[in-house]
Design a protein around this ligand. Sequence first.
Ligand code: SAM
Ligand code: DTB
Ligand code: SF4
Length: 325
Amino acid sequence: MQISLEDVKALYEKPFMDLVYEAASIHRENHNPEEMQMCTLLSIKTGGCTEDCSYCSQSIHNNADLEKEILMKTDDVLEQARAAKEAGSTRFCMGAAWPRVLDGKAFDRVCDMVKGVSDMGMEACVTLGMLTENQAMRLKEAGLTAYNHNLDTSREFYDKIITTRNYDDRLDTLKNVAKAGISACCGGILGLGESREDRISLLHTLANLNPQPESVPINMLVPVKGTKLEKAPKLDIFEWIRAIAVARILMPKAMVRLSAGRLEISKEAQALAFMAGANAIFTGEKLLTTPNPEENFDAALLGELGMKPRAPYKDEPVSKKACAA
Ligand code: SAM
Ligand code: DTB
Ligand code: SF4
């Protein structure tokens, strides 16, 4: 059933406490509120990307101070995945600064990485830019759990942020991912200078994807020096919480993932985000190219809140939906 833009707007603009309360209630009906999914990111190919995403340190159209790196070797990636598993992560996400996937040796290697991570009993996720249905099928065969491909912002605001591709290019890849039977990890970035209407429009598009995303990353812009958005004004933290709460209400089964930007967000605001339904975080000192809270910050925060890491769904006997309380 389609969710109307008016309904999303009405939800987003509810009194703050009512919105958080409703999101917390839906969260508890669908997930164990004590559990947090821990996911680790690794940049397997860094920098030199030809897309012009205004926020990204890896775009050749920006001037971030970044060391470019060629595609990593499979063994090195698997060693890092093993370390992440030992540190308590149950999902390993590999990112490549590619505008799109090209068939060939590099893609073959990424499929090997996915297989290796999956064979370790971890959920495997990749984000490689645009891809075809055939390429999605190959990743599925290799054992991929989810493909991360964000819509980033509203259709209306998109060309203020990226001009080298359009919204429909993004949606086409999401269709190819769905046709291959892979779950989508699809969300956006807040704090790009978008309006509240744009955030509402993004949430409306995400909630009407069919199927809905299995995971919804909510990134807060990390203003990287040398990028066009380096001086973007900081977004009010309550707008971030509102977006999280609306995502939780509209996509009750999804993992709502606090992604980039946590380093600058207080532990109190993060706790409020967990209350509003966020149930996944990226752990480890680095995201792809920018810093992230240290492991002991996350461990202390979860400890203080009486929360615990969530097991990988692969270990669950029936299905990942069995975690509904
Ligand atoms: N090239 C692929 C793509 O664009 O889909 C994968 C890598 S890209 C770095 C993955 C996501 O990271 C982007 O879609 C964006 O949402 C997020 N991201 C990148 N730079 C960011 C920044 N400076 N602040 C917040 N989120 C960022
Ligand atoms: C997502 O939405 N956020 C993650 C993951 N998917 C790949 C990436 C965040 C990147 C933040 C900027 C950086 O570290 O370069
Ligand atoms: Fe390239 Fe992805 Fe960065 Fe855009 S967000 S410049 S596509 S790596």
